[in-house]
Design a protein around this ligand. Structure first.
Ligand SMILES: Nc1ncnc2c1ncn2[C@@H]1O[C@H](COP(=O)(O)OP(=O)(O)OP(=O)(O)O)[C@@H](O)[C@H]1O
Ligand SMILES: [Mg+2]
Length: 346
């Protein structure tokens, strides 16, 4: 490789290593020396697999890159180093053709502890939410019995039959609330897991929401049809997607564009467990965005930014997703809000 190109690599903040066709290190830039705490002089000429330990993933990334003659990115690479022990890195391997075959390796540190801490916090929060909901449901259910009973007694005393209409409303609404509370109290182990196609779930959600919001709303599909089947509870997953899509339509007041996107995600770590494959569902809207003051707490129960909202939709969605060992996150700015749900594949 010509020297002026080495010169440019010297200034990069990204750690770069160049290998010859025998996978021996021919160059490493100062950022790489810093990352691996090793001096280039000592490593030059040594096969990369001897310089590092735990090189299985690196070896397979290099193999893929050479085999496909294209860049291969491993998002969650573990590499053993003498100075720092195991490092978690994002690594891109790119084959280069000059006079000879070269392989270019780029390494970026991954803020994995950060991601794990966030997920752990989310899990704690989900459990706290569940507890809060159950306690609340319990507290509401008790007085409801009293209200209903009193309304029935009152009804017997009423002289004008027309007034019974009002006591009937009290009784019916008390029954409705009671059914809702039962639902919150019932242990959620009533889930039914089976193989399912995530696109069927999204199609259902799409038709329900389009029926609710006639006119003005466009829901586009951007599906990866090669996605393998998922194992999960179909009704719960419909509820998850429905809650997210409904929020989007409500934020856009029924008029705007929603994109439903599915992709395969590889090598993801979800709630401390590593999965080779996961389904990624993104629900993207072009509405006003989530108000800044709500962003830290929209998954909390009873947090709502709209009149008439119960603030339960996202709490339940998060609970169901975490029962599937998945994660739910969002990015939001005015004009673009994207909810990303990751669900591990078996
Ligand atoms: N796509 C979105 N765009 C803008 N704001 C959103 C979006 N999704 C959620 N929000 C905000 O997050 C809040 C919480 O949503 P959540 O679904 O938990 O409760 P809710 O919609 O208010 O009530 P419900 O229990 O009926 O779903 C919403 O009230 C809204 O302010
Ligand atoms: Mg909602």
């Amino acid at each position: 490789m010509p020297d002026f190109q080495h010169l440019t690599l010297e200034y990069l903040a990204t750690a770069v290593i160049l290998l010859d066709e025998e996978l021996r290190i021919t160059y490493l830039n100062p950022a790489a020396e810093h990352m691996f705490d090793a001096s280039g002089k000592n490593l030059l000429g040594h096969p990369v697999q001897q310089v590092f330990t735990h090189t299985e993933q690196l070896a397979s990334a290099m193999q893929q890159a050479v085999h496909n003659n294209a860049s291969y990115i491993e998002h969650d690479l573990t590499l053993g180093t003498h100075a720092h022990g195991k490092l978690h890195l994002r690594c891109a391997a790119t084959p280069l053709q000059f006079s000879k075959q070269y392989l270019l390796l780029e390494f970026h540190p991954m803020d994995r502890p950060l991601k794990l801490a966030r997920e752990e916090q989310m899990l704690d929060q989900t459990q706290a939410n569940r507890l809060l909901l159950r306690n609340l449901a319990h507290e509401i259910k008790n007085p409801l019995g009293g209200i209903r009973g009193a309304a029935q007694l009152l009804e017997q005393e009423l002289e004008k039959p027309a007034l019974r209409e009002y006591t009937q409303v009290i009784v019916q609404e008390a029954d409705r609330l009671r059914a809702l509370m039962e639902k919150l109290l019932s242990p959620q182990n009533a889930s039914h897991y089976s193989a399912l196609n995530i696109h069927e779930v999204l199609e259902r959600v799409r038709s329900v929401v389009l029926a609710e919001m006639p006119g003005g709303l466009t829901i586009q599909r951007d599906f990866d049809v090669s996605l393998p089947a998922l194992v999960g509870d179909k009704e719960q997953l419909i509820q998850v997607m429905l809650n997210i899509v409904r929020n989007a339509t409500q934020a856009m007041q029924g008029a705007g564009l929603i994109v439903l996107r599915t992709r395969v995600a590889r090598q993801v770590t979800l709630v401390k467990r590593r999965h080779r494959l996961a389904v990624m569902v993104q629900i993207i809207d072009n509405g006003p965005g989530i108000p800044a003051e709500l962003r830290d707490k929209i998954f909390y129960p009873l947090v709502s930014g709209r009149a008439g909202g119960h603030g339960l939709g996202l709490t339940l969605a998060q609970d169901f997703v975490s029962q599937h060992h998945g994660t739910i996150e969002f990015d939001s700015e005015p004009g673009r809000t994207c909810f990303t749900v990751l669900l591990p594949l078996p």
